[in-house]
Write a protein that binds this ligand. Structure first.
Ligand SMILES: *Cc1c(COP(=O)(O)O)cnc(C)c1O
Length: 360
């Protein structure tokens, strides 16, 4: 029997994640691999999270707390919102899927940038919605053009800030001008996966928009600065009304018990967050200087990665670097994205990159 798959689903391609370290070791027989492909924290998880994990393993025969009371309470406390305004996801990726399935009927529109986080388009298409793509302007979200793209069919508007893969941000003023133009039937998704890395004072206080009762959801994650990508846990802060709708679709145990415990401990480890930020800032300076010295112009980034035009076939450079044990991310054409690592990882990246580009 021929399979019958909805054309929207058939049109999707499987997401290609950053290559895992072990896979590369197997393929090329490499002893040492440096992964600068998925914007992970090179310092690893907080020691407090690791301690919470070993304590939590004794009760793995129990289902998680489906309401994740302690973690949601800690988050509500941190952001000065009520418990019913906090929703957890199996990574914030899961919440993106919940948003698409909650708000999109077939043919409804969701506005997003090109380029931005590829999951938005995937989830919107999977929910039979119509992605409405607005090009970036000088590598930044073009918010006036995104507002112009709103129609009666628009239900979602995705704003990745700082943007992945460009690392650029939009300011509080710009976001407020956008929000002033957004009608009540549109939910604005403020995806702030890299929030804790941002240094600009112009960055919006997005939680304030939630507290003003606007139809926005702020997405944050424990996968990036908190160093818990492998556990899969992220969260959204939104109005109680939006959270209530999302909760109707949320699988009851989507945040597993170890993830809940580790996230709670990580949230209380400010020292680890501060250290991670300091290491990133120094590493960013190092990588930007290295690339600039080689004649490239990395796009100024507010996150823990840089996006750079390497002016040659990015795929070939990516492959050549892989063979030398360095995993970066080829995005498209001559554009690559490089996560900031530890000092010696950045040094090694720059040395190998220099060799590779001189042979291309
Ligand atoms: C990494 C990332 C996420 C978070 O993913 P998780 O599912 O929480 O691991 C969300 N949005 C963007 C833009 C990201 O880069």
């Amino acid at each position: 029997m021929p399979l019958k798959v909805h054309p929207d689903i058939a049109s999707l391609s499987p997401y290609v994640p950053g290559k895992p370290i072990e896979e590369l070791q197997r393929e090329f027989g490499l002893a040492r691999v440096i992964k600068l492909a998925s914007n992970e924290n090179p310092l690893g998880p907080s020691p407090k999270a690791l301690a919470a994990l070993s304590e939590g393993s004794a009760t793995l025969h129990r289902y998680p707390d489906g309401g994740a009371f302690r973690l949601r309470e800690a988050l509500a406390d941190r952001w000065k919102v009520t418990l019913d305004q906090v929703i957890l996801g199996n990574g914030s990726d899961e919440i993106l899927g919940l948003l698409a399935r909650t708000f999109l009927a077939p043919g409804d529109e969701a506005i997003m940038a090109d380029q931005t986080f590829v999951i938005y388009k995937m989830e919107v298409t999977a929910a039979h919605g119509t992605p409405v793509i607005v090009p970036l302007k000088q590598w930044r979200h073009d918010l006036p053009a995104m507002a112009d793209a709103i129609t009666d069919r628009t239900r979602l508007l995705f704003l990745c800030n700082p943007n992945n893969p460009t690392g650029t941000m939009v300011s509080a003023d710009e976001v407020e001008q956008l929000l002033a133009r957004v009608p009540a039937h549109v939910v604005v998704v403020l995806d702030e996966a890299y929030f804790e890395y941002v240094r600009s004072r112009q960055f919006p206080d997005s939680m304030a928009y939630v507290k003003q009762g606007r139809n926005v959801i702020v997405l944050r994650t424990f996968s990036k600065i908190y160093g818990l990508a492998g556990l899969r846990i992220g969260y959204g802060v939104t109005t109680a009304e939006i959270a209530n709708f999302l909760n109707r679709l949320r699988p009851p145990f989507n945040a597993n018990s170890l993830a809940q415990r580790a996230a709670l401990a990580a949230l209380g480890d400010d020292e680890h967050v501060v250290r991670s930020r300091v290491v990133n800032e120094a590493g960013m300076g190092q990588v930007v200087k290295g690339l600039t010295d080689l004649g490239f112009a990395p796009i100024p980034s507010e996150a823990n990665f840089v996006y750079v035009d390497i002016r040659r076939d990015g795929r070939k450079v990516f492959d050549a670097m892989l063979r030398e044990g360095i995993i970066i991310r080829h995005i498209e054409g001559s554009m690559v994205r490089v996560t900031i690592g530890l000092e010696e990882e950045n040094m090694e990246f720059l040395a190998v990159f220099k060799r590779v580009i001189h042979s291309q």
